[in-house]
Design a protein. Sequence first.
Length: 485
Amino acid sequence: MDKFFKISERGSNVRTEIIAGLTTFFAMAYIVVTNPNQIVSFNNVPDADPAFQQIWNAVYVASILAAVIGTLLMALYAKMPFAQACGMGLNSFFFVSFILPEIVTGGDVIKGYHAGLVIILVSGLIFMLFSLTGLRSKVAKALPDCLKKAIPAGIGLFIAFIGFQNVGIIQTNQYTLVQFVNIHGALQNGAYFNDVTLADGTIVKAFMPAILALLGLLFIAILEKFKVKGSVLISIVVISVLYYVLSGTTPNFDMSQVGATFKDFGSIGITGVFQADAWARAFTGEEIGGVFSAIMLIVTFCLVDMFDTIGTLYGTASQANMLDKDGDPINVNQCMTSDSIATVAGAVCGTSTCTTFVESAAGVGAGGRTGLTSLIVAICFGICLFLSPLASLVPACATAPALIYVGVLMLKGFAKVDMSDLRSAVPAFLALVMMPMTYSISNGIGIGAIAYVIITLCTGKYQKKDIPITVIAALFVVKFIFVTM
């Protein structure tokens, strides 16, 4: 084992690798619950319609299988201490692109879900082609440094924004678009744990979920300050208990749900991409908008997953001192290939894009340096397959702090952007803020890329290495003109 994983060669030991694996798993275990919640709806109401519960069940199993497959590849093929799971932000994009249109039009959400899986599968196959030929790593190495640092940070800000919205910390306002949770109004109308609808139809949002979520975030920060392992998971458990105790509700723990989870996975999850109707809807359906829109969605998922993975690999490998002489992560091609295969496997199983998780940095911080760390993570995810009844009991106010905390982690890299050079500062800033402000990761990437190319051209700094980002910027210009997202 030592020889296979190169444990001694990388200055580690088996005990350290096991602890690092457990640390990474505890840091990202929230994805088991959060991913199906995000794909079903932002409001965490999977049982509003039986179809939503079916999708939730199918995605729950598919998410874990994708995480196991992707992380095992990282462990046994790339031999790196990185874990994979369904990407945050990408799952939200999946909901907005495929599930939400069906909700708005009163269509069939399961058919929308299947059409989305087809798009994910095609994008994953393109990832794989790029990875196996080495093109993906070449593109990564050719990207401007400012965007490499800004994209993960922008995704983090977007994820945090989603977390704030999920529990009503940030609410809509007809005059200012957004506002902080209206505690005073909620108290006046008795909206403690449940929303209240007034006689005039106005909905008063409950304030206690928002308060519990903020407490959860502070609790994570305090635990992290004291270097407590598994702070995110501990926070989820504590806030969940507080929610049920303070709300006076009793969780319904039904082990029969395990059977229903696997049944729905078999009936609508793993069968989704093999249906002719799903392919027809993906490329010609009105919900997506036709062939061109489908192509742009595929390109968008490709770009987002590519940049998300690149940012995570560079940031985490740098933290672990696992960069080569050129400043690139070691085994980068194997990592990229593992990522692309995981996306394909995830689409076949029934979930959104699988990507390398930034929480891998937690395990690296605990000393993880080899694929043994990833192997431990994969084993832990496998155990979660049989815990769906427990997972479904976790309220949104318990998982929202995890989303916000991940946003904090992902913002760290932005501090390294050269803000004294406006050719770097402006594109990086636009990429950062446009993701949450336009509610789209891809929009932020596109606007940042376009800004970089224009500024570079106009200042006479354009070089041959800027050709890849120019092509990407051109693709986004076409997307903005022809696709509404």
